[in-house]
Every structure is written in structure tokens, then in C-alpha cells.
Write a new protein. Structure first.
Length: 190
């Protein structure tokens, strides 16, 4: 089973490249944002628990998110693999994900980390903001704050996966096709 953690700062192109990887390798896209919305819409026990936290403006606990991921894995036992997008975001979450996947004998195959220069990230997000309608894609100070938060809080995950020889830095500069080619070369070598 091919389990990939797709990683990178806001504006790195994760969504675009996730679609390429899904098509190329027949993987299931596992986005924690989508999982939360789907579980809440279906009024599952985990969805209702998540909603209680969200209604109070609090973060959904890792244990609830891991429970949702476990449900998704169990519902797709015949999958060729998964792309984890938006999770893990912390070392603690990565440890929980490893524990869950190792229980099923399907560990993370690799972390694909899209590396993009800060100026390019800002330009991409501002460009996306012209059509996305997202306020956080239209304000340079908010964009820079999102990048800083990523660098401070999320970037340490690279070291976690590097210690397992599973971190693969991918040059995220260039055309969509060039980046997709680099990703494919890396995945094929796993």
C-alpha cells in the first residue's frame, strides 16, 4: 500500500499535485477538512463530537481526527493507498498516525514536501485570491503570517520523517507538469 503525506506551506500547490497523484496511482485523498465536514454532515458520533468543539471555536482534538481517519481506512480496505493532506500538522499527530497505520501493517511510505520560495508562495496565493474569494488569499500580511505559522509549527515534521528516511524534499518551483514529474520520479523510487 502506498501511503503518502503531502506536505508544504500554503500556496505550495498541494491541492493541484494531490489530484495528479490520485490519478496517477489510484490513491484515495484523505483531507482532514473534508473528513470533518462529511462526518458532521452525516451526524456520526465523531462528527457530533467534533461539532461541539468547533461550535465553541476550539480545535478538534487529535483523538477525534485520528478516529475519523481510522474510519476512512476501515471503509477502504481494498485501497491502493492514501494521500494524507492537512494531516499530520504536528509531531504528536504524526506519531498517532504512525501508530494507527502500523497497527494495520500499512506505514507511511513517504512524506513529499513541496519546497517553494516565500516570494513565490505570496504571489501564488495573491493570484489564487483573485478567484477563490478567500479573504486569507488576498491580504499579504495574512499570507505572510500563515507562512510563518507553517514554518514555526508545521515545518518540524520534516525532521520527524527525515529520522525515518521518509522525507523527500521536492522542488515546487516551475510549471505544474514539471513539479508533477518530480513527484512521480520520487514516488516511483519508493
Amino acid at each position: 500500500m502506498l501511503n503518502l503525506v503531502l506536505f508544504g506551506p500554503p500556496g505550495a500547490g498541494k491541492g493541484t499535485q494531490a489530484e495528479f497523484l490520485i490519478e496517477s496511482y489510484g490513491l484515495i485523498h484523505l483531507s482532514t477538512g473534508d473528513l470533518l465536514r462529511n462526518e458532521i454532515a452525516a451526524s456520526t458520533p465523531l462528527g457530533l463530537e467534533a461539532k461541539r468543539f468547533m461550535d465553541h471555536g476550539e480545535l478538534v482534538p487529535d483523538s477525534v481526527v485520528i478516529g475519523m481517519i481510522k474510519n476512512k481506512l476501515e471503509a477502504n480496505t481494498d485501497a491502493k493507498g492514501f494521500i494524507f493532506d492537512g494531516f499530520p500538522r504536528t509531531v504528536a499527530q504524526a506519531e498517532e498516525l504512525d501508530e494507527l497505520l502500523n497497527e494495520n501493517g500499512t506505514p507511511v511510505s513517504g512524506m513529499l514536501s513541496l519546497e517553494v520560495e516565500k516570494e513565490e508562495l505570496v504571489a501564488r496565493l495573491l493570484n489564487r485570491g483573485k478567484t477563490s474569494g478567500r479573504a486569507d488569499d488576498q491580504d499579504v500580511s495574512i499570507i505572510e503570517n500563515r507562512i510563518n505559522v507553517y514554518n514555526e509549527k508545521t515545518s518540524p515534521l520534516k525532521n520527524y520523517y527525515a529520522a525515518q528516511n521518509k522525507h523527500f524534499g521536492i522542488n515546487g518551483m516551475g510549471t505544474i507538469d514539471e513539479i508533477a514529474g518530480r513527484l512521480k520520479d520520487t514516488v516511483n523510487a519508493l
